[in-house]
Ligand binder design. Sequence first.
Ligand SMILES: Nc1ncnc2c1ncn2[C@@H]1O[C@H](COP(=O)(O)OP(=O)(O)OP(=O)(O)O)[C@@H](O)[C@H]1O
Ligand SMILES: C[C@@](O)(CCO)CC(=O)[O-]
Ligand SMILES: [Mg+2]
Length: 328
Amino acid sequence: MTRSSAPGKVYLFGEHAVVYGEPAVPCAIERRARVEVERRDDGHLRVNAEDLSLNGFTVEYGATADSRPDVDVPESLVTAATQYVDGAIEQVRAVTGAEDAGFDVTIESDIPLGAGLGSSAAVVVAAIDAATRELGVTLEPAELAARAYRTESQVQDGQASRADTFCSATGGAVRVEGEDCRSLEAPDLPIVIGFDGGAGDTGQLVAGVRSLREEYDFAADTVEAIGDVVRNGEDALADGDVEEIGRLMDFNHGLLSALGVSSRSLDTMVWAARDAGAHGAKLTGAGGGGCIVALDPTDETETALSFTPGCEDAFRAELTETGVERLE
Ligand SMILES: Nc1ncnc2c1ncn2[C@@H]1O[C@H](COP(=O)(O)OP(=O)(O)OP(=O)(O)O)[C@@H](O)[C@H]1O
Ligand SMILES: C[C@@](O)(CCO)CC(=O)[O-]
Ligand SMILES: [Mg+2]
């Protein structure tokens, strides 16, 4: 039996635009997905994911002739729920050459699903790491990130960046631009997260931005403007200038909002944070619903968010330098 964990992340700058080759800066946070893997002799895959539910039922599937979860919901929802783990196992079989390897996979996660904190990347990175080690193969973090990226890309119809998976595999703050992935020095930022209890589907939100970009030149310009914000953000990070970082996060949120990926509750939380004196606030990840990230060294933003209608949870996030972690 092997167990691995991998962290979620927040984006300081650059989500969505990073899919089209602009740079982005995500940072790993101390909220993790843990995946336990045990090899099966019969070649089947059985998945137990206690945080993943469909119609209120925990998803448990696999290892029978009809291996669909026993839940009465449309097939498309079942596929959406299971495709990241199935895709991770596909990568494991490909990279090890053990095409008929079977596994029992158990997932436990502190990262809310579909909320912009990179739950999919963390689950895929931890699953690939644990399952390859179960077969006696240990991947370097860069190779692990590359394999996890293939899964995210497949699920997102070929439109994914390497940012989430690289950040989760290596930990810390990272800078990703196309295929260029590197670690970045970042000051210890006072990060506060607000969560509206909701979720957005990353694949669908990415597809929405892609069609806007194809339809309107000014949407393509907006994507490029996000790239400019990120480049300014890198300078502010290098200078440790938290006020400037916050100002640029505000700008980044406005541009994401123009691209249609914010929501009423995300905007409400962003404004609650700004009104409470945060240096800046923006949505994080794919958007549509889920989380915002704000910078505030005082308790004001966390307190204000906890009283904001529509905000279900407000908490401080510690950045972590630990990417994938091998537990057993
Ligand atoms: N604990 C988990 N167990 C099983 N599958 C999970 C778990 N967490 C996430 N997933 C998979 O990841 C999907 C959510 O991924 P999605 O990319 O839409 O959101 P996210 O990664 O949380 O947010 P973002 O990509 O915006 O950072 C779920 O539908 C599920 O397929
Ligand atoms: C929206 C997006 O930029 C980040 C999702 O966390 C998609 C991606 O990078 O693949
Ligand atoms: Mg994701």
